[in-house]
Structure formats: structure tokens, C-alpha cells
Design a protein around this ligand. Structure first.
Ligand code: GAR
Length: 193
């Protein structure tokens, strides 16, 4: 099973996937890692692991649709079975989704449908929930909407900051993402999905 991983930030969840593949515990090929801007930690981590990388810089496009088309082509060039948004902080359009139908996975640091968007951890903390967590889903054209594949709870502890809570969520998020990819790879090999 070939995956392309999209990142916007540090790529620590991507690193967990790279490590699992290297350890032989996750039977997927990371065909490429792409970013929406230059200089992300995620692309640096991929390059260090010898994985192909690409950047489709959002700021270089006047029209969002043109950026979406360029991103779609850059991803498709690596012929992925699944595309994984791992901290990719841009919404893709229908053109992209039609090219990878039901094949675009997203991870989010909250228990959707609560606290969608770019600040899932901060918003959960501000609301005062006692339990939050993470979600792995099939992404659609909305903001963190789409069918949920897996979720895990994480307790909010007294004194938590956005950073401490996010770090504990990421531990669960990495486990959940790797578990989900393992299941999808197993389903492909048994039923040719
Ligand atoms: C992850 O927690 C991911 O769920 C979140 O960004 C973080 C990326 O961390 N994504 C979203 O909030 C999407 N709405 P990383 O770059 O260290 O892997």
C-alpha cells in the first residue's frame, strides 16, 4: 500500500509513521511527503529518511483552485493508494477529493465532531472539557468533517497547557494513525480494496 503524506508543520506524527515503516511493523510504502509551504520540519524529516518530497507553496498561487490542481497533480504523480493529512493545515477542494475518492485520511487532535479546525486542542481546553482526544477520519471538503474511522480519548489534567495536552494527544494520535494504516493495508491485501 502506497501512501503520500501531507504536512504543514513539524511532522512528529509523520516521524512515527516513518519509524514504524523502518521497523517493519507497518506494511506500507511512503511514496512521498508533500507540504503547502517551504521549510517544514515534516519535509526535512522525510528527506533525512530518503523519502521523495515536494512542496506546493500555497502563497505562490493567486487562485485557490490553481493551488488545489497543482497539489492534486503533485500527489497523483506518486500514485498513492491513500493520501494522509498529518498536520496538513489546508482544506482541499472537490477536484482533489474526486481524484482520491475515500482515500484521503486526516488526523485531528480532538474528539470530532467537537472542536474542529486549526485549534482543536486550544478550543477543548478553553471550553473546559475533562476528556478530549484524537480522531482519524476520511476527509471530505469540510473542516474536519467526514466519516470517522477511529478515536481515542485523552484526559485533560489539572494544570494542562495547550502544549502539554497536545503532546499527550499526539501519543494516542500516532498509535491510532499507525493502527488505522495497518488495518487498511491488511484489508487491501486480503480483499484487494
Ligand atoms: C497533529 O496533532 C494533527 O492532528 C494536527 O496538527 C498536528 C501536527 O503535528 N492537525 C490538525 O489540527 C488538523 N485540523 P505534527 O506536525 O507534529 O505531526
Amino acid at each position: 500500500m502506497r501512501i503520500v503524506v501531507l504536512v504543514s508543520g513539524s511532522g512528529s506524527n509523520l516521524q512515527a509513521v516513518i519509524d514504524a515503516v523502518a521497523a517493519g511493523t507497518l506494511p506500507v510504502t511512503i511514496a512521498a511527503v508533500g507540504a503547502d509551504r517551504p521549510g517544514t520540519g515534516g519535509v526535512r524529516r522525510a528527506a533525512e529518511a530518503g523519502i521523495a518530497t515536494f512542496e506546493v507553496d500555497f502563497r505562490k498561487y493567486d487562485e485557490r483552485a490553481d493551488w488545489n490542481r497543482a497539489l492534486t497533480e503533485a500527489v497523483a504523480a506518486h500514485t498513492p493508494d491513500y493520501v494522509v493529512s498529518s498536520g496538513f493545515m489546508r482544506i482541499v477542494d472537490q477536484h482533489f477529493l474526486d481524484r482520491f475518492p475515500n482515500r484521503y485520511l486526516n488526523t485531528h487532535p480532538a474528539l470530532l465532531p467537537s472542536f474542529p479546525g486549526a485549534h482543536g486542542v486550544r478550543d477543548a481546553l478553553a471550553y473546559g472539557v475533562k476528556v478530549t482526544g484524537c480522531t482519524v477520519m476520511i476527509a471530505d471538503a469540510g473542516v474536519d468533517t467526514g466519516p470517522i474511522l477511529a478515536q481515542a480519548p485523552v484526559a485533560v489534567l489539572p494544570g494542562d497547557t495547550e502544549e502539554t495536552l497536545h503532546e499527550r494527544i499526539k501519543v494516542e494520535e500516532r498509535r491510532l494513525l499507525i493502527e488505522t494504516l495497518t488495518d487498511l493495508a491488511a484489508a487491501r491485501s486480503t480483499v484487494g480494496a
